[in-house]
Design a protein around this ligand. Structure first.
Ligand code: SF4
Length: 493
């Protein structure tokens, strides 16, 4: 059996970091972790090839070679998925599709031959067994959640590391919270399931042996969903392993804001090598937090919480949303003020959308307000429902936020505020490598010479160099991120 695993292309979005990756000569931010995990679940006797369309072209000869093309995708990859499906039909190769896009919206893909939905640990064996017995069905789904202590180690051998800025790993699935706009609890449940520390150590060891060094993203939707296990089981093992292997990785992840309440947990994460965490802050308006059931963010000083996490040694990146039913008229300026005061450099502000499996979708559908499917691109000005606020006012307000936080002056002010209060805890963050030197030279040329707003770049450059030299590599990195953000929002700034 010949299997071609295909990861469709991501458009140029906020999270693609496409314009920043050029500075470090990388083609894609993240590895296709789901697909290489699926690859490990396939019988060993099957031949496997992987095409990640974000780093290489999908070749007709590979499609023709395959008995099946396996596609895994998220909503934001829809356009590329349609193109892959068209090519497979043309070459008469059968398609097997899975992952969040198909689990939520499979009706949109009538030409896909087989849909292996929900978690592959449960549904893929059913597909393989039916294939062996010659009784294949079109749809495989389940309401059971997988026992991820049985998940195999991803097949890293299918990847060419040199194209990626970050490796990926997963410890847990599910989240104990239940935010109305989020589909994670529908996809993975509210009971947090974890791998064993031994599994994670095995995966890190394999990654290390395969030659990977540098950034590793724990893709868990809420890494601290099971705090007790993280503190007593996983982090002590990771701290030991990182010391024994001379700290080869720097970790980033996603976590809920209650991370800030637990000093010991933050200290342990930093000791294990975490330097960055994404937090869903969403909005400073309490009525909106109540509306979307994000009670974990309510009744707390979130600017203070962000500063606590930053002071522990982890940068906070964060998500913000406008478009809630309870958004007051002044929400746009309040979002700008919050972001500027907190020193959150990577602040992804998006318009509210309702993924198909979210409770928000159910509510809005009941109210007759759903108008389309969800694009998955948080910053493309699309909304898949009718907002309460007048649409034009909302779009103008949204643009006002983007301008308020990503114009060169606001952005560089925020970087400076953050760096003044942040001490990079890891040597690897401060070390000058050849790759960093090349990125520095490119940044001098593009941001320091060719761009009109170059004075902001030079101000930060010399401030970091003379006032806080250990933060200099980060100052250059954030200047490059800013270039990407301004490119993505170029219509507005
Ligand atoms: S905390 Fe995050 S992952 Fe959990 S339900 Fe809310 S938005 Fe989803």
């Amino acid at each position: 059996m010949n299997i071609l695993l295909v990861y469709p292309k991501f458009p140029d979005t906020y999270w693609s970091f496409k314009h920043a990756l050029k500075f470090i000569s990388k083609k894609s931010l993240n590895i296709p972790l789901g697909l290489i995990t699926v690859a490990s679940m396939l019988p060993e006797t099957w031949n496997k090839k992987l095409t990640d369309m974000n780093v290489s072209k999908l070749k007709e000869k590979d499609i023709a070679w395959a008995d099946f093309v396996f596609i895994s995708a998220m909503a934001v990859q829809s356009a590329s998925v349609r193109e892959v499906v068209r090519q497979c039909i043309q070459l008469n190769t059968r398609i097997v599709a899975g992952g969040p896009l198909f689990t939520e919206e499979f009706e949109q893909f009538p030409d896909v031959d087989h849909l292996v939905l929900n978690e592959a640990e449960v549904t893929l064996p059913l597909f393989i067994s039916d294939l062996n017995n010659g009784v294949l069905k079109r749809i495989y789904r389940t309401d059971q959640f997988a026992d991820i202590t049985q998940s195999p180690v991803p097949d890293y051998s299918l990847l060419s590391h040199r194209h990626y800025a970050m490796a990926g790993i997963q410890y847990s699935r599910g989240c104990p919270f239940d935010c109305e706009f989020c589909d994670i609890t529908a996809l993975f449940g509210r009971r947090v399931r974890t791998k064993t520390p031994a599994q994670i150590i095995d995966e890190l060891t394999l990654m290390h042996k395969s030659g990977w060094r540098g950034s590793v993203f724990f893709v868990d939707d809420n890494f601290i969903g099971h705090k007790k296990k993280i503190k007593t089981e996983l982090l002590p093992e990771m701290i030991r392993w990182m010391k024994a292997n001379k700290q080869p990785f720097i970790f980033t992840t996603e976590a809920s804001i209650n991370l800030a309440d637990d000093k010991e947990l933050m200290e342990m994460m930093v000791a294990a090598g975490f330097n960055k965490v994404f937090v869903g802050i969403e909005t400073p308006e309490e009525l909106c937090l109540t509306e979307c059931n994000k009670f974990q963010n309510n009744k707390r000083d979130m600017v203070y919480n962000v500063k606590c996490i930053q002071q522990s040694g982890m940068e906070v990146t964060a998500g913000f949303i406008v478009g809630f039913d309870n958004d007051p008229d002044n929400i746009f300026q309040r979002q700008v003020d919050f972001i500027q005061q907190s020193g959150i450099i990577t602040a992804m502000v998006g318009l509210l959308n309702a993924p198909r499996l979210s409770k928000l979708y159910q509510r809005l559908h009941g109210e007759g307000r759903i108008i389309s499917s969800f694009s998955g691109d948080n910053t493309d000005y699309s909304m898949n429902f009718i907002p309460k606020m007048d649409r034009e006012t909302l779009m103008k307000g949204y643009q006002k936020i983007i301008h308020g936080i990503y114009s060169s002056k606001s952005y560089y002010d925020r970087v400076l505020l953050f760096l003044k209060n942040y001490d990079p805890p890891f040597k690897a963050q401060r070390k000058i490598t050849l790759k960093k030197l090349s990125a520095l030279l490119k940044s001098i040329l593009i941001l320091g010479i060719l761009k009109k707003d170059r004075q902001y770049y030079w101000n930060l450059f010399f401030w970091a160099l003379f006032n806080k030299p250990k933060s200099f590599p980060l100052a250059v990195t954030y200047s490059i991120y800013g270039y990407h953000f301004r490119k993505v929002f170029h219509r507005d700034i």
